[in-house]
Design a protein around this ligand. Structure first.
Ligand SMILES: Nc1ncnc2c1ncn2[C@@H]1O[C@H](COP(=O)(O)OP(=O)(O)O)[C@@H](O)[C@H]1O
Ligand SMILES: [Mg+2]
Length: 283
């Protein structure tokens, strides 16, 4: 069953001088079994929307539906939503706080009141998924590199085996190889656990490469939704929402407009390379 935001509005600091409307009648459904990308300019409400999805923030108006039930209906349903919808914050490395990486990853599964054997199994599996070695698990989180800390934080959420995994800018600040590593591990996780993933990202290239569907937000509301093809072929609408098409798309459009026999609708470097190799042979 999908996870939906239904007519959701959210106002920070309501009835104070700092009142600010971050979500404005947002309607958005995240489908089961998909990787959905959530894009939008800075301040468009992505992180606020993400925090709605597991009950961390409660809508000022509207409902958050999981399996057709309002997650804010009762204390119990809100508590359960925290395990069904796992949220990895932007820069989650700042939230590691236990004495060892192992303990940090075990924190979520322990809260679920699983047996100690099951906790162990899940911590080891999650660590393996994100590429943390046994030796790293014994270290203090503060001894890890930035990328390793990020992996540890993601492992802590994966270890709860949430049906929906929500990642707020999981690759921000990492080098290109680190970004690809983390994003492809997330895809592998999704396929092996049959779960659904929501990724917030600024990178059009990453979105085009990894997402099945893309939702674009503008000023607290949904302004575009579709496959990467649907969304990235509408560069004008994207620009109006304060975003650009991927750089590689701009380059391929320029080549196309110069009369070179390539398609103007190319959204990933891999697809562009394939077309150019076909034309010019391997370099
Ligand atoms: N704690 C807060 N208090 C007041 N306003 C906030 C708070 N967090 C975010 N906002 C405002 O809400 C809007 C949406 O923010 P956010 O959801 O963080 O957007 P995004 O993740 O797309 O950059 C922005 O205008 C932001 O300044
Ligand atoms: Mg944000």
């Amino acid at each position: 069953m999908p996870l939906s935001l239904e007519n959701v509005s959210y106002i920070y600091g309501e009835r104070t001088p700092f009142e600010h409307r971050a979500l404005n009648d947002l309607n958005l459904t995240f489908k089961d079994g998909m990787i959905t990308g959530l894009m939008g300019h800075t301040g468009s409400g992505k992180s606020t929307a993400a925090q709605m999805l597991n009950g961390l923030l409660c809508p000022t108006k509207g409902r958050v539906l999981l399996d057709g039930c309002d997650i804010n209906e009762s204390k119990k349903s809100r508590y359960e939503a925290k395990f069904k919808v796992g949220l990895v914050f932007q820069y989650p490395e700042y939230q590691l706080f236990k004495e060892s990486v192992w303990e940090d990853i075990a924190y979520g599964p322990r809260n679920m009141k699983l047996s100690e054997d099951e906790v162990k199994k899940r911590v080891n599996e999650a660590a393996e998924f994100v590429g943390l070695t046994r030796q790293m698990l014994g270290k203090s989180p503060f001894e890890l590199s930035g990328g390793q800390k990020r992996r540890a934080a993601i492992a802590g959420i994966i270890a709860m085996k949430p049906r929906f995994l929500v990642l707020d800018e999981p690759a921000a600040g990492l080098d290109p190889a680190g970004r690809d590593d983390i994003l492809s591990q997330i895809c592998q996780y999704k396929n092996s656990e049959n779960s659904s993933v929501i990724i917030i990202s600024h990178s059009m290239e990453d979105m085009a490469k990894y997402c099945d569907e893309i939702a674009v937000m503008d000023d607290g509301a949904l302004c575009m939704y579709g496959t990467p093809d649907d969304v990235f072929s509408q560069s004008k609408r994207l620009k109006n929402a304060g975003l650009n098409v991927p750089q590689i798309t701009e380059l391929m459009e320029k080549l196309y407009n110069c009369g070179i026999d390539v398609s103007a609708n190319v959204y990933t470097v891999e697809d562009a390379a394939e077309q150019l190799i076909k034309l010019y042979g391997k370099v």
